[in-house]
Design a protein around this ligand. Sequence first.
Ligand code: HEC
Length: 101
Amino acid sequence: MFRLLALLLLFCSPAVGEELSPVGKLINLVHQDCGSCHGLNLKGGLGPDITPHSLTQYDIETLSIVVLDGIPETAMPPWRPIMSEKDAKRIAEYLLKGELK
Ligand code: HEC
């Protein structure tokens, strides 16, 4: 929770805008912050397994919307407040392909 707060502060700086975050930072966020619910290796915890073989029903577009808006009535939170649409697409790409270039 505290980490989320720190992230919020970090992302609220005026410089964010349309800028793309560095790859390392995005991957870190996925494993640390998504990992706090989905497991550090993303194989599930409070939230389900989100490694590529579990997400075959998604394309990048749809998956990025899930990340941005969360899943209503569940613990899956919306990330739009602290994440640009571009970063969400990059994260979706990372989740689907298991790598980010
Ligand atoms: C507070 C806990 C929590 C955090 C943090 C969290 N999630 Fe989730 N997530 C969940 C839960 C719970 C579900 C399952 C919701 C449901 O019952 O459908 C879920 C579902 C999902 C799904 C849908 C999986 C499927 O099989 O349809 C994706 C994709 C996902 N999360 C990605 C992410 C990403 C990416 C992040 C980080 C940016 C993240 N989550 C952070 C709790 C969390």
